[in-house]
Write a protein that binds this ligand. Structure first.
Ligand code: NAD
Length: 337
């Protein structure tokens, strides 16, 4: 029985990851530590709330007492740290919570893991601390064919990305200084079921359902590199079980799209499949962010060549699945805080 501490498992990617591993493995036990901030949603856990291999603990990753108690009780094999403040726009207004959770929370998890796993100078066998990070730590690219590689210098351009980059450096430091078996995954923009409406795709969907204006920053020409959430979950599982300790792995799916393209695709699909009144007239261009990275593009040759990862869901199929999920789960949108 492998015991996982998954943090932030009531959020978007964490809940998809827990479902993925509970479906894939019989011999896992997942403790899901989540503070249930505005981004945590108990409805994301409905499918496995009665599964004996999953236990929700409502708590803060910054809370030393709770985290070390959990380590003492369960002696985890794996930590997968999803818990974060994850909204770039919010980070411009007030970065305090971002620094607290994304930096200090990660450090608390590392400390508690070290205390439990390192005994008489030896690390417990088979353990791994996986930090779920983001391509935003690399900064931004020009409109050329450049890409982010694992060796690209960190150059974060917004407070959210600064806190993720800081946590990455700290995780790496636990490997360098103490030999802790760690990995960092840096993934591009995710989309799929359970995503909060503060993010572009669900925001557009919910505005379409309400026939309300869809705000797009600037001209909508910023490029993001999209990945369907289950491909990200598969990659994390691979890195956790096969990744070389101390290594960073980029995760992506080669789907560079402008924001306006993505919004237009959603409108087209929902017009044809949900409500004929949904049209491009709903789009409204709003003032751009203070800093809005022009383009992201992630190179994921390393995880592909070393661990055999390939994305399995095309952008088109993933978007259709996502849109169908939101159409069938309209009530879920009412539960978003
Ligand atoms: N969404 C993306 O496109 C994307 C891409 C790459 C990396 N990431 C990273 O993946 C992780 C998950 O992202 P997401 O989109 O699922 O985020 P999310 O905002 O949907 O979920 C975050 C979860 O963390 C919980 N949380 C927040 N602060 C906490 C604390 N102090 N203690 C315990 N739980 C806390 C929230 O309640 C929520 O359930 C984040 O670390 C993010 O940086 C996200």
């Amino acid at each position: 029985m492998k015991k996982y501490l998954v943090t932030g498992g009531a959020g978007f990617i964490g809940s998809n990851f827990i479902r993925y591993i509970l479906d894939k493995y019989d011999d896992v036990f997942v403790v899901n530590l989540d503070k249930l901030t505005y981004a945590g949603n108990l409805n994301n856990l409905k499918e496995f709330e009665n599964n004996p291999n999953h236990k929700l603990v409502v708590g803060d990753i910054c809370d030393r007492e709770i985290v070390s108690k959990l380590f003492m009780e369960y002696n985890f094999d794996f930590v997968v740290n999803f818990a974060a403040e994850s909204d770039v726009d919010k980070s411009f207004c007030n970065a305090d919570d971002f620094i607290r959770t994304n930096v200090l929370g990660t450090q608390n998890l590392l400390n508690c893991a070290k205390e439990c796993w390192l005994n008489d100078g030896k690390w417990k066998k088979g353990v791994k601390f996986l930090q779920v990070s983001s391509d935003e730590v690399y900064g931004m690219l020009d409109l050329d064919d450049s890409q982010f590689f694992e060796c690209t210098p960190l150059n974060p351009q917004n407070p959210y990305a600064v806190t993720k980059a800081t946590a990455d450096v700290m995780v790496k430091e636990y490997f360098v200084d103490y030999g802790m078996p760690v990995n960092i995954t840096r993934c591009s923009n995710n989309f799929g079921p359970n995503q909060h409406t503060e993010k572009l795709i669900p925001l557009t969907i919910s505005k379409c359902f309400d026939l309300a204006q869809i705000p797009i920053h600037g001209t909508g020409e910023n490029i993001r590199d999209w990945i369907y959430v289950l491909d990200h979950c598969r990659a994390i599982d691979l890195v956790l079980t096969k990744g070389v300790a101390g290594e960073v792995y980029n995760v992506g799916a080669h789907n560079e799209k402008t924001n306006i393209f993505v919004v237009n695709e959603i409108i087209k699909y929902l017009h044809d499949n949900y409500d004929k009144k949904i049209s491009k007239k709903l789009i409204t261009f709003v003032q751009d962010r203070k800093v809005n990275d022009l383009r992201y593009s992630i190179n994921f040759d390393k995880i592909k060549n070393d661990l055999g990862y390939t994305p399995s869901v095309t952008f088109e199929d993933g978007l259709k699945t996502t849109l169908d999920w939101y159409i069938s789960n309209i009530d879920w949108l009412k539960t978003v805080k």
